[in-house]
Design a protein around this ligand. Sequence first.
Ligand code: SF4
Length: 376
Amino acid sequence: MTTDPFDIARAEEMIRGYSARWYDEPLDYLAVEVEAEGPLVNPETGAASRTFALGGKLDGLVRDRRTDRVLVLERKTSGEDISDGSMYWRRLLLNAQISTYLTLARTLGHDPTGILYDVLGKPGIRPSSVPIVEDGAKVVLDANGARVRTKDGKKWRETTDASQGYVLQTRPETVDEFRERLRAVICEKPDELFRRGYPVRLEAEEREAAFDAWQTAAAIREGRNANRFPRNPDACIRYGSTCTFFGVCTGETSLEDPLRYRRVENVHEELAARATRLPLLTNSEIGTHRACARLHHYRYDLGYRALEDSDNQRFGSLVHAGLEAWTLAIAGGATELECVERAFAAMSAPPVRPATVASADVSTLTPPIIRSPVTL
Ligand code: SF4
């Protein structure tokens, strides 16, 4: 999680705004951060894979008291346009994750009829600089460092003029000033920043998604059998961040660099409990393989992780920790203030790093090579 005080302020104000927007919604929280596993089914034959099981962690399951519908809760933060009809929502029509989560929720004994897709927009403002004020006026200095007066000499000049070498003096914004500005932006447009959608899946769409998952699983297995993992340079920069393995692919560094990479025991760090013996296939893994088979190989076959997550990942983890605590609090009947306080406390707690593999044990991570060409 990030320790940048400006990021923490941004995350806290987002949670505060989220809570103000949604605390009173008539939802019963049936489960929070729940792990689920189920068979990966061949949609053609109905047979379960013998190579993988589907797995994942649902943000939650809720019952909407207005409609009595049970919904899978899925939360995201996004810097994209999340207004109605935007690409963000249109893309969800193709999102296989939704179908997978519905499937997983059914394995838990629920019968969800859709998803509550809960998006927190990231306010676009950044820490800025603010004018230095002295004697009630902004400070403007000339090229010699002397404070400039207005033409009539009665007041201090407050505007810059590059042609005359007059420069407005500024200082970095403090965290409290940034927080105040952020809060004003959030209060001004809560409906734009905190949006909920209710995507459903028709039978045909669920079948399409099942084929997507099945074929991705087949491609993963095929790559392992051939020991080939194609690179995809189009995926090296995504969501504004460079892939954390870029240096490895370009030959500038190596996976064995202990200052950059660690090797994990559990390649699905978000999942602890295991009910099945088969390796799990999660949405993140499927998405990673679709983006780049080499990246998938580094992360899920070999178990490498960058020591430093990208800024976006760190911020996402921070907000997620806060939302998880907020949801557990509201599910337990806490007041709105208590929910926010618990979210803030969770975001200030030091992150727990999952177990890393000791160097002597790394061979245990090599995935089994399964060479049956017929079934998954
Ligand atoms: S692993 Fe894939 S996405 Fe990452 S740098 Fe290499 S080619 Fe690019």
